[in-house]
Design a protein around this ligand. Sequence first.
Ligand code: APR
Length: 254
Amino acid sequence: MTDLSSLIEQSAQACARARRGVALTGAGISIESGIPPFRGKGGLWEKIDPMKYAHIEALERNPAEVWQVLFLGIADHLTKAAPNAGHKGLHRLEQMGVLQTIITQNVDGLHQAAGSGDVIEFHGTHARLRCMSCHQSALWHTVSLEVIPPRCGCGGFLRPDVVMFGELIDTALLQRSQTLAATCDVMLVVGTSATVEPAAYLPVLAKHNSAFIIEINPEPTPLTHRISDVTLLGPAGEMMDRLVNKVADLRHGD
Ligand code: APR
């Protein structure tokens, strides 16, 4: 059995035993759907300076420029994207009763599009816009983008309902995510560089509460060999396919 096969076997055994599994996902799980990551090869932050365009102060200073440079580019990728085998694999683990909830840092809605029911959008969503003055929200596809930035009925500017640098995570989402991390028995960490807090601390919290941590990423991260019990060094789609098929075999073998 190859080293990767034995790691998949080990991961599948942990998943087959799991009753309170949680997943934490990042941009890497959506790369195979055509959405570029933020860091690493082809990363968005290699092309634009996040502190210049993805910080709340930049948006408040010049909303038109942030819309043109950041939001419209991201929206263009999102409208063309569909769930891939990584998203679908996590949904199958939900259907098997292995996974309870997915905590995602992504704003692309692809977990819900894959059928996942309990998704915490830790950094918000690009599917919804919010007024910067009256805080009224509107679905992206209901708003005209003839004029950029689009305006709310109150005259204020609309912005995607995402968490920008310099903004806080919604308190209720943060508390629920921390409780899930502290009580889960398995955490699947898929496609995140594990470098942005407070999301990056969730696997540490899970580990400190004796959860089995399975990391899926073609590259090592700060979690690898420190927090992760197993790291499947490969792309999310292929690794999820192999893992889910092995869990299904073990569960049928029960
Ligand atoms: N499958 C799985 N993971 C992959 C794949 C793949 N096919 N290809 C690349 N990766 C990994 C990279 O190795 C990297 O570790 O995906 C990760 C992407 O890292 P980031 O771009 O930093 O994405 P993420 O961890 O989600 O960023 C966290 O930072 O800029 C903010 O708000 C933004 O939510 C984002 C947060």
